[in-house]
Design a protein around this ligand. Structure first.
Ligand SMILES: Cc1ncc(C[n+]2csc(CCOP(=O)(O)OP(=O)(O)O)c2C)c(N)n1
Ligand code: SF4
Length: 289
């Protein structure tokens, strides 16, 4: 049994992200969380989409699956349904999750499967050279908005609250690895769907929302003793702060039944552990061949 350490989580391939990219902080946050969790390396799988963020699972020595752009969550949910004993972590960009994959994002939260979803939110499509993504603020000039963006940005935390199924909703900052590590570990240990939206500076294509921008604004929600993590309205309201200050931490956390608890076969044990040796599946094969 291989217990994870920062050393054996290392892969042969080294990250090729731009120097200073916030993805490095997220990578370290995830590695530290896997080490703190202490489960064998083969118990964790990281599912990703396509993007700079999508390469993350190349750099962590656990199981990995790099799927299609925007389809991170369907794959992660399928893996979880097949073997609910695994620690399933899904990672992707804001373009991946809140753009092309938005419909999966909303429905995954309604299902409340036990998955940790970490979104590298840099307000741009990094890999394809800086077009604005759905979280970009109004008026920003990018390669795809020469006159400034027109659309109102997506607020992922408020969207999660609107889906009414999210049971762990948090925001981290790639420049505060210690705090991010705690959030990710909290998300993994939470029994249900955990969203961790991470403020991730893209130092190459987003020159405004850089480390200084965030350092001047972020504050920790959990240091505010009046904040109530079971109050959905409070979570939505706090998530709207942006210009002057930006909250990071756990916005919302409640216990609710998970998807598989409604299905007797899944409640009993993971699908992969069911004995199907006495079932004739040849008619099923014929139907699909
Ligand atoms: C279906 C599909 N559409 C478009 C692309 C091209 N594409 C690859 S990565 C990417 C953007 C990635 O942006 P984001 O998800 O925000 O991740 P980042 O690179 O910023 O980490 C796009 C549009 C693709 N690979 N597949
Ligand atoms: S383009 Fe942006 S997101 Fe991609 S590696 Fe470079 S800094 Fe990171």
């Amino acid at each position: 049994m291989d217990t994870p350490t920062l050393l054996n989580l290392q892969t042969v391939e080294s990250p090729d992200w731009c120097p200073g990219c916030g993805d490095f902080g997220i990578l370290m946050g995830i590695k530290k969380a896997i080490v703190s969790l202490g489960r064998p390396l083969h118990d964790t799988i990281i599912v990703s989409g396509i993007g700079c963020s999508g390469k993350l699972n190349h750099f962590v020595n656990v199981y990995g699956f790099e799927g299609l752009h925007g389809r991170t969550l369907p794959v992660a949910q399928a893996i979880h349904l097949a073997n609910s004993k695994l620690n399933v972590i899904a990672v992707g960009g804001d373009g991946d999750g809140y753009g092309i994959g938005m419909e999966h994002f909303m429905h995954a939260m309604r299902r409340n499967m036990n998955i940790t979803y970490i979104v590298h939110n840099n307000q741009v499509y990094g890999l394809t050279k800086g077009q604005y993504s759905p979280t970009m603020e109004v008026g920003r000039k990018t390669s795809s908005s020469p006159h400034g963006t027109l659309e109102i940005p997506v607020n992922p935390i408020a969207m999660a609250m609107a889906a009414q199924g999210a049971t762990f909703v948090a925001r981290g900052f790639a420049g505060d690895i210690k705090h991010l590590h705690e959030l990710i570990l909290g998300g993994i240990n939470h029994q249900g769907f955990a969203l961790i939206d991470v403020l991730q500076p893209c130092v190459t294509f987003n020159k405004v929302n850089n480390y200084d921008f965030y350092k001047a604004r972020v504050y920790k929600l959990q240091e505010d003793t009046t904040y109530d993590t079971t109050n959905a309205a409070m979570a939505t309201e706090r998530s709207k702060e942006w210009e002057k200050r930006i909250a990071i931490g756990i916005f919302y956390k409640v216990e609710q039944p998970q998807y598989e608890q409604h299905i007797s076969a899944l409640r009993e044990k993971p699908l992969v552990e069911h004995d199907i040796s006495n079932i004739d599946i040849s008619p099923l094969y014929k139907e699909f061949m």
